[in-house]
Each structure stands twice: as structure tokens, then as C-alpha cells.
Write a protein that binds this ligand. Sequence first.
Ligand SMILES: *Cc1c(COP(=O)(O)O)cnc(C)c1O
Length: 413
Amino acid sequence: MQYDDNLTAERPTFVTHLECAATGERHEADQIHNLSRAGKPLLVRYDLHGVKKALSKAALANRSPDLWRYRELLPVRQRRNIVSLGEAMTPLLPLPKVAAKMGGGDLLVKDEGRLPTGSFKARGLVMAVSMAKAFGIKHMAMPTNGNAGAALAAYASRAGIKSTIFCPEDTPEVNVSEIGLQGATVYRVNGLIDDCGKIVAEGKAKVGWFDVSTLKEPYRIEGKKTMGLELAEQLGWTVPDVIFYPTGGGTGLIGMWKAFAELEAIGFIGQKRPRMVAVQAAGCAPMVRAFEAGVEHATRWEDAQTIAAGIRVPQAIGDFLILRAVRESKGFAIAVSDEAIAAGLDEVAREEGFLMCPEGAATYAAYKQSLADGRVKRTEQAVLFNCATGLKYPLPPIRRTLDRHSPIDFAAL
Ligand SMILES: *Cc1c(COP(=O)(O)O)cnc(C)c1O
């Protein structure tokens, strides 16, 4: 990565304060924070007028293609605190063949599987760990369904910070292994992610761990926000008509919604917003239930089950922020079955040569369902999020073999 400022210089960041997402109460910048005094997520606020004067589209175009190109809209003030593993911009790929089969829509997928540790959790955790380094935090802890823990382990080790991580006991082996290999202490817990979260909260109270749970620290959102910044830049400073986002804790959906508001404030985009669609699995759909009931908060989803582990989140502390973004954008929340997810994954891999993760395949299944029920039109530009590489998930075995000592019927191969 290249930077135009020296290693110890203050970076031109514009953070003014943090704000309680529920009450609007102001909290000081440059201090360690978890939730607000009201017990709700904190949002980072910037001097956007200052950013507008300091940053031009042309200047941005010349910067290296990674998420640090948006530094004026990011919280890390000193470059020496950046804990990078190479957070490359991710490609926006068309899916022309499957789109043609559905009658020809403008269908794009942002492939987040290219990021360090193979998922978009890297965007959030690189920011949280860089800020933790700036604050001198020594020990971070987190509940995870896998990908967030992998990203925390990697960045914390790189920063020389201890990490302790708790996964539900049925978390895929590969996730637990990568977390352990990347230097964290990792435990399987006989419960779901929110049960793991309770252990972290207790450890925070008893031994002072820094709690990096989704939305319980303010900077993961800022990292995830870069998905919205990147997407708008890649589309020539426009936004698509509709975004399908696989929603667990909702950091990315909330972050992108924040990104679009900030981009409008600095004059980079206009008033148009994409419709934000929160995609969940039918076996764990608390946001869909709350959206349909017209309520502001979601109740816990009992017996949560789905093959899309990243969105198996029974209860989200940012539920009201997810629902607010979905409603303000005139979007909706939609649930898809595991069968539709698996079929979508197979179809896109076979037709387009693109192996999605189950959560990414859920957005594809949701797009199909929304075209069929008329909530999205073929003429609209839709962006799906593939949030992790499909290679991180258990894959079906192939049993076909060939005996090189027997005659081979080449015409039949
Ligand atoms: C974490 C995760 C999600 C959900 O992201 P949120 O922003 O927390 O809602 C979706 N897909 C994958 C692969 C994930 O790891």
C-alpha cells in the first residue's frame, strides 16, 4: 500500500464525536467506547463539511485500490496504527447467464470473498483492531459464527493483541481451525452466538476483556461502511436500484446506509438511494418477522437453524437500525429456505463458474424470489453481496474415479 503521509503523521481524518444511535447523545471521540450510555450502538460522526473541502473524486481516483483510500471518512487518525493485511477493493461481477435465464436483469455481485481471511468481516475487524491498537487495548474477545472470529484473530495477532473467541459448537471445522492457527484462543460453546456473547460480556466485567461483539464497539461499522463507498465509486458515483444483503447482525447494511448519507453530504452522490433488502434464512428470520409486523425491535428467534451460518443470528442489538434503513430506503426483508440457498449456490457455480458462500447464495435466491413476486423489476440494477469465499464451507464430495491401467473411453469423458 502507498500513503502520501509519513508514518507518524496525524492522518487527515475528520472524526468529531460519536453519537448514540438511539438517543443521539454525544460521546467524546478518542476514548475507548463500547455501547452508548443508553446501552445502544454508537455511530462515528465526521466533519463532513471539512471532508467535502479536503477530498475530491479525482484525488481519490489516484489512490491505491484498498479501503484506506477512503481515509478521510475513516476513524484511524495515525497511519502507524493501521494493522493491514491488504484490504483490496473487491470486484463487482455481472452474472449474465443466470440473469438471462430470468429474463435479463442487470444483476451484479460484489465478491467479498477476496478479502483477507476470506470474508468481508475483514473490513470491520481491520478497523476495530486498528482503533484498539491506537487505544492500547491488550485483550479482545468476541462471540462468532466463524468469519468474524477469523478476522479478529488475524488482525489481533498482527497487532500483538491477545484475542479470545467463542463459537457455537457446530461452527464449521475450518473456521475454528483458522481462528486457532491465526493466534487466538478459541472455544466451542454448547449454545448459539448470543449465548457466546453472554460469556464475553461476563469476561469483560470480570477480567476486563475488550468486547468486540457486533455493534458493541463503534468501528466495525466504519469498516463495513467501505462496501457502500466502494460500490458507489465502482458504479461511477451512482447507487444501484436495489441491494440484497445477507443480514445477521446487520453491520454491513447499517454501514452502507450510513455511507450513502455521508457520500451525499460531501457531494459525491445525489439523493437517490438503493432499496435495501435484508435477506435472512427461513430458519432464522427475526428481521423479516419484525419488518412484517411493523415493529421497531425484533424478538429472539428460537431454535435458529440454517446452512448459512453467517446469518444465524437469533437476536441483533442493532435490530432497530437494520429495520430503519430497510424502511427508509423503501426496501423490504425477505426469508429464503435452505433448499433455495443450496439450489442457488449450485446454479451460480455451474452456470457462471462462481462459487458463492451460502449467505451469498441466499441473496441470489432472494433476488429470484423478488423478481417472481414483482418486488423487483428486471429493468432495475440489483447488487448481491457474496460475503465470503465459498471455499470456507464444507463442499460436497466428488466420487468419480479413473483407473489409469484400464482402457479409457475418451469419447465418453
Ligand atoms: C457475518 C456474515 C454475514 C452477516 O453480516 P452482518 O453485517 O453481520 O449482518 C453474512 N455472511 C457472512 C458470510 C458472514 O460472515
